[in-house]
Design a protein around this ligand. Structure first.
Ligand code: UD1
Ligand code: CA
Length: 505
């Protein structure tokens, strides 16, 4: 890619985010509300960075700590301009230019202004705006769209020749002006020197008593500067969310666009209406996503993997050809060709090796499970390492917590642990060892050893008849003993060492 020529690079993108967004009815500032895995302003900043501005200026207001810190996380060198009182968009941009002048020594160049609550805005759209602005030598280019219902937006007024003359706000519009369906998106490219000169001259003599940025358009015209509109067809890119109903609508639309993008890239999504994929998720061709799946955060899925039905994976890495069914996973790694689910819960730090298995009703946390190793049924594996090729029996608990501290369990390669074991951490089991059913492993087991806990099984004959006489239990036992006595086929049965290693597969 070639560097954009210096003169096509905006000197600044100004992002307006000082409004509280009271209609969200939230303790969280409006622009911080998430849409498809990023905050609204996070999407806006991503678009803004696409035009490679020399400076990114964010105007923040009353809760500047909340919003400012969030912005600096994504754009560490952003300039934060604090607008103490919200006196309108014109006032906000003035505050931004003051900060820009202080940092850059000038406001000359192209200045792009946008608001922080339009999460569908694309970087390419901003590039198009800047390119048109530069190719026409205008003082102002406004990004506009034609909408069915322009209520609430500023209307774009044009003269008989079609040239833009002014923008008039809803509350200040005559009925004739209000009928105009071309709206101001709130996104502009300005000549920075002109903007700095014009802003001090706008007034707040209007219906809202605010300094309107949009008044700059009429000033430019009256002083003989060129003004124009860059009209786009994709109206949704300009839409902001003021309340949670609009927020949900934008999220649904952004999700639909993301799904379409991945389907075009070769991903099978069998039921788009029940699938949610965050903006930063990465999928390889020939991934299959079955109904009811949410792929969130920084989740990455390699080719031929099948996810679903009914999975929520957040920040999970899924290897090629893996199969993940009805699983909730977070900050986990699933190896190539591994199988997970149904009904598995992968908590942070789970790493399942290639060809491994985490099966039904298994919860894992901070657990490294080696290649080909299996935890197939009904288990909790926390703070553990399990070597390659090892099989953990059904119903096994890794007791990692002594009530005060957490401890680790290390299980070697090719171990066969039997059903219903408890590994009391810290404990280590050597390679190729075996454990007996129901064993509570409290001490380290040597490689190749069989560990069995508990004494031999004792049997107290006739206990039920003596201690529970007259109950249905006793009747059943008595009948069985009678049958046994008359047939003489079965002798009493003893459980020997051979049964201690009983595995579950
Ligand atoms: C604004 C435009 C309108 C346009 C619409 C597009 C003006 C006067 N009107 O109206 O023509 O159709 O956007 O959505 O510009 N903000 C500040 N400080 C302030 C005031 C606002 O930072 O003092 C920020 C807000 O947080 C928001 C943006 O500027 O991100 C727009 O402000 P808002 O009050 O939503 O303007 P609208 O009335 O929607
Ligand atoms: Ca608005």
């Amino acid at each position: 890619m070639t560097e954009p020529a210096e003169q096509t690079r905006p000197v600044a993108v100004v992002v307006l985010a000082a409004g509280a967004g009271t209609r969200m009815k939230s303790k969280t500032m409006k622009v911080l509300h998430p849409v498809c895995g990023r905050s609204m302003i996070g999407h806006v900043l991503t678009a803004a960075l696409h035009v490679e501005p020399a400076h990114l200026v964010a105007v923040v207001g009353s809760s500047r700590e909340q919003v400012g810190e969030h912005i600096l996380e994504q754009v560490p060198n952003a300039l934060l301009a604090v607008q103490e009182t919200q006196e309108g968009t014109g006032h906000a941009v003035r505050v931004a230019l003051d900060a820009l002048r202080e940092a850059a020594g000038t406001t000359d160049g192209v200045v792009v202004v946008m608001s922080g609550d339009t999460p569908l805005m694309q970087g390419e759209t901003l590039s198009g705006l800047v390119e048109e602005h530069l190719s026409t030598d205008r003082a102002v280019t406004v990004l506009t769209a034609e909408v069915a219902d322009p209520f609430g937006y500023g209307r774009v007024l044009r003269d008989d020749s079609g040239a833009v003359t002014a923008i008039v706000e809803e509350k200040d519009a005559s009925p004739e002006q209000a009928a105009v369906q071309e709206i101001n998106s709130g996104i502009f490219a300005f000549d920075g020197a002109f903007l700095a000169d014009a802003l001090p001259r706008i007034t707040n003599d209007n219906a809202k008593g605010e300094y309107y940025l949009t008044d700059v358009v009429a000033i430019a015209r009256s002083e003989g500067h060129a003004v124009g509109a860059h009209r786009i067809d994709d109206v949704m890119q300009t839409e902001g969310a003021n309340d949670r109903v609009q927020l949900a609508g934008l999220a649904r639309e952004l999700n639909a666009r993301t799904l379409r993008r991945w389907m075009v890239e070769g991903v099978t999504i069998s039921d788009p209406s029940s699938t949610w994929i965050d903006a930063d998720v990465v999928l390889a061709p020939d991934v299959t996503v079955l109904p009811g799946v949410q792929l969130l955060g920084a989740t990455v899925v390699a080719e031929d993997a099948v996810i679903g039905p009914d999975c929520t994976l957040k920040d999970v890495e899924v290897g090629a050809g893996a199969q993940v069914v009805r699983t909730h996973g977070e900050l986990a790694v699933i190896g190539a060709g591994a199988t997970v689910g149904p009904f598995s819960y992968l908590r942070p730090g789970t790493e399942l090796g290639a060809g491994g298995k985490i099966g039904g009703f298994v919860e894992t946390k901070n657990a490294q499970i080696g290649d080909g190793a299996k935890v197939p049924h009904l288990s909790y594996v926390g703070d553990a390492e399990i070597g390659e090729g090892t099989n953990i029996g059904a119903g096994t608990i890794f007791a990692n917590y002594d009530g005060v501290e957490k401890h680790r369990t290390t299980i070697g390669r090719q171990v066969r642990s039997a059903s219903n074991n408890t590994f009391v951490a810290p404990v280590e089991v050597g390679d190729g060892a075996t454990t007996g059913a129901g064993t509570v492993v409290r001490r380290d087991v040597a490689p190749g050893a069989l560990a069995v806990s508990g004494g031999p099984q004792r049997e107290i004959e006739g206990w039920t008849l003596r201690k529970r006489p007259g109950t249905p239990m006793a009747e059943a036992a008595e009948a069985a003993l009678r049958r046994r006595a008359s047939s003489h086929t079965d002798g009493p049965r003893f459980v020997g060492d051979d049964d201690e290693g009983a595995q579950s597969e």
